[in-house]
Design a protein around this ligand. Structure first.
Ligand code: NAP
Ligand code: MG
Length: 515
């Protein structure tokens, strides 16, 4: 296979009129397709269930994006059996053939980029640029993991021993249960699924209940590029109803999960228990929550720091595991940076995602309730300086909200809110700022704004997070460039989009032949 070197899919410039028109056309075209019913796909067979879940537009709650068939335990059992059967052949399909499906899917997705963006705009309320970044990341994962599999399938360096032929190969594990979140419902879902299958595993994919339609569109794409039946088995359904069943199943070989701390810990406990008939220790690949922060030193460019804080806190309404929900600012520049943060936050318009407002809706009624509770908590823990209320619209709109003068140990400094709420905290010194930053059970992303080389080197060592950025925002990791994953309660630091990731979906086999 001749391949160009991996490069990131460029982002779309929507200020260009042709791109804007293309997006409007896709919103129109996809708009015509809303409200359809989608089946499960098990061993290539489409199964429509009586019970249907409803995916709605969180910014226009009367608009149904799709009705989704729902797996119960019996259907989940069929899905695992199908994946188990398909593994017997898929495991021996050559790595370059497997990678070929990913490259082809990337090419088709790239051609239909604006349509995928439109689905994301409608189903989860991403504005155009956020939707475009999600699609670009999905394309990147397909291109990157395809190439990674080719690299891993090549000869692996071993110390030569005269008289022996020694070879190490990375073979697949078996049936993988893939459980993605709704916040990157294309990129993370496709990335986790394709990493598993390109390595030779078969997959039972249970999409997040808030974003099943975009997952169904991806499963259709993989069928369209000819992926054999049974390699991806698609079983939308409620995590609380079928999650335990597929996690506990003795034929499940690994679980690849991205989502909240609590669900991740639950799965971690359950997979540790050996089930009757189970002959392996299950592997767990988990990417969980974050309470990420940006530290501003007194030597920082304050304008750039404030811009990055606002972007990191409020991009996609703060619903990113990497969202910068804490700003920790040196006392000498605190008032100036706070003023800039307030001014920039007040410029953000809240509104519908299809109209491309800066701030769209939060995902669902639960999130809406939980975030508003945290805003109430914030009112007793800090000084409300921006937002603090719901916003108008037929959906779950909340104003971007900033609390100043928050204590390092306040709940809104420690707990993941997953919404447009920023806590701002004053530090006495740079050292103190690092202590505040590290005072969390999470450890996903962080950023420092400083022009003091010694401080940056100190931060490089001491700030305990998987993805640390200097003089830039703490969101927006790029595949291949910024391998992504965090420490402590943020998960197993699997570094998605990095060279270590596919190893998690394989096991190494050494064959030694005496000559
Ligand atoms: P979530 O509530 O934990 O849900 C994640 C997935 O787990 C969904 O598919 C959900 O299904 C499923 N699930 C729920 N209960 C389950 C159970 N008992 N067994 C098995 N699966 C179960 O998280 P979310 O609200 O979708 O996503 C937000 C969270 O993800 C945040 O904490 C965020 O920080 C984290 N996140 C982390 C990363 C990272 O890379 N570290 C990236 C993105 C998001 P249902 O939808 O049917 O409930
Ligand atoms: Mg929805």
């Amino acid at each position: 296979m001749t391949l160009v070197q991996f490069r990131n899919e460029p982002f779309t410039d929507f200020t260009q009129e042709d791109n804007r028109q293309a997006m409007l056309q896709s919103l129109e075209r996809v708009g015509q397709q809303l409200g359809r019913t989608y089946p499960l796909v098990i061993n290539g067979e489409r199964i429509t269930t009586e019970k249907l879940g409803t995916s709605i537009n969180p910014g226009n709650v009367d608009q149904v994006i799709g009705l989704m068939s729902q797996a119960d335990e019996a259907l989940a059992e069929q899905a695992i059996a199908s994946a188990d059967a398909a593994f017997k052949t898929w495991a021996y399909v050559s790595p370059d053939t497997r990678a070929g499906y990913l490259f082809k899917a990337a090419a088709v997705m790239r051609r239909r980029k604006f349509d995928y963006c439109a689905w994301l705009v409608y189903e989860v309320g991403k504005n155009w640029a956020e939707a475009d970044a999600d699609v670009a990341e999905a394309i990147d994962f397909l291109e990157f993991y395809g190439r990674e599999m080719l690299r891993l399938s090549g000869p692996q360096p071993l110390t030569p021993l005269p008289g022996e032929d020694n070879r190490l190969t990375y073979i697949p594990l078996g049936v993988g249960v893939v459980i993605p979140p709704w916040n990157f419902p294309l990129a993370i879902m496709a990335g986790m699924t394709c990493a598993a299958l390109v390595a030779g595993n078969t997959v039972v994919l249970k999409p997040a209940s808030a974003s099943p339609v975009i997952a169904a569109k991806f499963v259709e794409l993989m069928e369209e590029v000819g992926l054999p039946a049974g390699v991806i088995n698609f079983i939308p359904g409620s995590g609380s109803e079928i999650g335990d069943y597929i996690v506990d199943h003795p034929r499940t070989r690994f679980v690849s999960f991205t989502g909240s701390r609590d669900v991740g810990l639950r799965i971690n406990e359950r997979i540790a228990k050996t089930q009757p008939g189970q002959i392996w220790m299950k592997r767990f690949i988990a990417e969980m929550g974050g309470k990420d922060g940006i530290v501003v030193d007194k030597s920082a460019n304050l304008e750039e720091a404030a811009a990055a804080i606002v972007q990191s806190a409020f991009g996609f309404q703060g619903q990113k595991c990497s969202a910068g929900s804490r700003a920790i600012i040196h006392q000498d520049v605190y008032d100036d940076v706070l003023e800039l943060i307030i001014a920039k936050t007040k410029l953000l318009q809240v509104g519908a995602a299809d109209k491309n407002a800066a701030i769209g809706p939060v995902i669902d009624t639960n999130a809406y309730g939980k975030i508003r509770e945290y805003i109430e908590i914030g009112k007793s823990e800090g000084r409300l300086v921006a937002g603090g209320d719901i916003a108008e619209g037929n959906g779950y709109f909340i104003q971007p909200t900033v609390f100043a003068d928050v204590s390092p140990t306040a709940r809104i400094m420690l707990e993941e809110i997953f919404g447009p709420v920023l806590a701002v905290c004053k530090a006495d010194s740079f050292e103190h700022a690092l202590d505040i930053f590290n005072n969390t059970e999470y450890g996903l992303t962080g950023a420092v704004f400083s022009h003091d080389r010694e401080h940056l080197e100190n931060a490089r060592q001491r700030m305990h997070c998987g993805n640390l950025y200097f003089n830039r925002k703490c969101t927006g990791a790029l595949v291949g460039v910024h391998p992504f994953g965090g420490f402590n309660m943020s998960g197993t630091d699997s570094k998605a989009g990095g060279r270590d990731y596919l190893l998690l979906f394989t096991q190494a086999k050494l064959v030694s032949e005496k000559w």
